[in-house]
Design a protein around this ligand. Structure first.
Ligand code: SAM
Length: 205
């Protein structure tokens, strides 16, 4: 399923069909092939375009998706080490986590630093921006990457992860609670982003 050696194959058990889950609450697992396909929702399929990630939203990315230019600028800032102290704190906080999801992961920079620090942990970077997720898919050998919308609901099985990371990105606390295993950890930095049309202050993490 992945363009990388392990990539998406490492986390395929975490993923579910976003269409079924939204419409019926049924958590239909994806296939394990290169093409994910849901048996319960005919015509619903997610393809890996050979770049190591899967797109798991039915519509094109929305207005909040970072553009390629924004992603390139962010990469330069992150690579300069500006957020290294934040990554050190996150790594300490998640040192006991084996399965880590980063929502709104952008280039996957923070998750990659955490995976560097936490031996054997696997990560899934999720973001609505295709440009960002293309980079995230190459950010770490133990990281997979998907295009998904945090506000529409994550295509992740309930209780599938030990930790949810969200750094300067939209939060969906109900979804984060759903995908966390009992005793799991949610960590990150605050973002002011909120769903379109939602009044300020109602969606802060
Ligand atoms: C300020 S950037 C932070 C990126 C990354 N967490 C970092 O700190 O480098 C916000 C990110 O949220 C993503 N984003 C915006 N709306 C989203 C949504 N509804 N679902 C998932 N990601 C979203 C953007 O594409 C962007 O990558």
């Amino acid at each position: 399923m992945s363009g990388r050696p392990d990539g998406l194959a490492q986390v395929v058990d975490w993923l579910v069909c976003p269409t079924c889950r939204r419409k019926t609450g049924v958590e239909e697992p994806l296939g394990s092939g290169r093409r994910g396909r849901c048996a319960a929702t005919p015509g619903t399929a997610w393809t890996s375009p050979g770049q190591g990630h899967v797109t798991m939203i039915p519509a094109p990315p929305g207005v909040n998706a970072d553009s390629p230019q924004m992603v390139a600028s962010r990469s330069r800032v992150l690579d300069a080490g500006v957020f290294d102290p934040v990554d050190a704190v996150l790594s300490r906080r998640l040192e006991d986590s084996c399965r880590i999801l980063e929502a709104g992961a952008g280039t996957g920079h923070h998750l990659a630093r955490v995976l560097d620090a936490v031996d054997g942990a696997h990560g899934l970077a999720s973001d609505i921006s295709v440009a960002a997720i293309r980079r995230a898919a190459r950010a770490h050998p133990r990281m997979a990457a998907i295009v998904a919308d945090t506000w529409q609901g994550l295509p992740v099985r309930s209780g599938a992860v030990d930790a949810v990371l969200c750094v300067f990105a939209p939060r969906n606390r109900d979804e984060f609670a759903r995908v966390l295993a009992p005793g799991g950890t949610a960590g990150g930095r605050q973002s002011d982003a909120r769903p379109p049309g939602r009044a300020a202050g109602r969606h802060r993490g």
